[in-house]
Design a protein around this ligand. Sequence first.
Ligand code: NZQ
Ligand code: ZN
Length: 385
Amino acid sequence: MLNFTFHNPTRIHFGNGQIQAIAKEIPEDAKVLVLYGGGSIKSNGVYDQVIAALGDRAVFEFSGIEPNPSYDTLVKSLPIIRDNKVDYLLAVGGGSVVDGTKFIAGAALFEGDDPWDIIAKQQRIKQALPIGVVLTLPATGSESNIGAVVTRNGNKLPFSSALVRPKFAVLDPAVTLTLSDRQVGNGVVDAFVHTMEQYLTYNVNGKLQDRFAEGILQTLIEEGPKALAAKTKEDLDIRANIMWSATMALNGLIGSGVPQDWATHMIGHELTGSHNIDHARTLSIVLPAVMKVRREAKREKLLQYAERVWQVTDGSDEEKIDRAISLTEDFFEKMGVPTRLSHVDLNASHLDELITKLTEHGMVKLGEKRDITPKISREILETAL
Ligand code: NZQ
Ligand code: ZN
């Protein structure tokens, strides 16, 4: 196992009716900015519950944070924060709202000239406004981690800082019942791929991390399709299991002490940046190709994945790996997401631009061994055609 330091101080309030917990989390004299997206929280009653829980606190609002939050939108919140002396941010939404709020939390107190430097130059932030989260879409794990992804002019780039980790997050599975099938599928697949990025690498004998990861993968495989099936899609236990899995997939626990890959995500970000494809749908296209192209480097873990996650025990090693890859693709298809570039109308003529962008963004040494060069990324995209 590798050395690690693990500290995740986000307090989680999980379950039915927990939105009222924000009343005890946010100081009574706080000036709160409630941040949200395109309005789903207004039509499904989440907004009303949040406002009721905030009681007599001074409350301001900033809405319109779009999927794959854009810098241009996010900076429009800064004058509201400044003019009203806002001192607490409450993000109510999915990963995009939470990520956008993380950027705003750092940008509001940034001492440099241009807040874009937080991302473009990876300039460390020294302080940030405190963040609380009411999560409405289980997928990203952003509600209790330190990362965020922001887009500007087709460039989708990550940053991270422990200062933007949410102080608390409310996870009420009931609020996920209004998600479209598309968003349910996306969420399950994103959480699945987060787990794979921290599991499907090379063996360092991190037995517990491996078994946690396998538990999350199996739970998503079992529960994901049920959340789409007419008979079971309203079942709150299924939603709860998916929601907790998604948080645990990227809250730092399963990745502690083990190598991490993230090549699928970095290549996927270019597909979103250049072609506006939903985040999870880029991952379901890229991951199977990564498994095929990195078959030798990941051999031992691919076999473990085949045997322990999919119970594939018959046949030669090659057959087991083939079967595990095709079962992964079947699972993605069951969740309604694409598994080839051709499924999203992209072809070989788009690869040059994607590789150029990847290179421009410094993504030239990807993977758990930092040996995925742009040439290998091209091979991965060619395999995904
Ligand atoms: O904007 P509204 O109207 O709220 O609608 C949203 C949005 O259109 C809707 N939605 C959310 N909750 C709903 C709902 N609709 C009905 N009922 C509800 N309860 O869903 C749509 C998608 O929302 P979005 O927040 O974009 O989805 P997701 O949670 O998948 O977040 C994706 C973003 O997170 C980033 C991605 O790159 C992408 O920008 N990621 C962040 C990570 C992190 N911080 O650790 C890791 C991930 O790998 C990922 O990169
Ligand atoms: Zn992701």
